[in-house]
Write a protein that binds this ligand. Structure first.
Ligand SMILES: CC(C)(COP(=O)(O)OP(=O)(O)OC[C@H]1O[C@@H](n2cnc3c(N)ncnc32)[C@H](O)[C@@H]1OP(=O)(O)O)[C@@H](O)C(=O)NCCC(=O)NCCS
Length: 141
């Protein structure tokens, strides 16, 4: 059985345990949870994936992070979490996300869910540009 809900402070360790996370990521997870921005997919009682759904991209809706447990990848959990975020945004509002050029799974998944590549910038991760994607009903066909 699957359910998605906002993580509570008591669940921070469970979210951190979803995938290997360095100190910076652990701190980010704690901040997202405290801010009510960390949505967790539970599968049969196990935290299997999370997404940080924020407004940190020029104050627009932004999927800032998406992580699925290495134990449960390729079962549709990433897709389900992105669809969950899409459901949180009114159809006429912009939803942004981004991923590294090297991230094959995300580059395959995002266009399937209506995200359009809008450009990229360098300098965040050395030698691996960040690609920006937008999902918005106002985009030209
Ligand atoms: C990216 C990530 C969240 C995908 O989660 P997932 O639950 O495994 O993805 P899904 O099972 O929902 O896959 C949906 C589609 O994405 C694509 N995809 C997923 N993993 C893929 C892979 N390893 N290679 C190629 N395409 C892939 C496929 O099109 C897939 O559909 P299909 O299985 O029907 O072919 C997961 O790989 C992950 O946590 N990666 C590490 C963290 C990360 O890179 N996060 C994104 C940066 S913010």
């Amino acid at each position: 059985m699957r359910e998605i809900r906002l993580a509570t402070p008591a669940e921070i360790d469970a979210v951190i345990g979803i995938a290997p996370a360095g100190r910076e990521r652990q701190e980010a997870i704690a901040e997202w949870v405290q801010a009510g921005q960390c949505h967790v997919l539970w599968q049969d009682g196990m935290a299997a994936g999370y997404t940080a759904f924020t407004r940190s991209f020029f104050r627009s809706a932004f999927i800032e992070m998406l992580v699925v447990s290495p134990l449960t990848r390729r079962q549709g959990i990433g897709r389900t979490l992105v669809e969950h975020c899409i459901g949180l945004v009114p159809a006429d509002e912009k939803l942004w996300t981004s991923t590294n050029e090297s991230n094959t799974p995300m580059r395959a998944l995002l266009p399937q869910l209506g995200f359009v590549y809008t450009g990229q910038f360098a300098g965040l991760d050395e030698g691996d540009p960040e690609r920006i994607y937008l999902r918005w009903s106002g985009l030209p066909d």
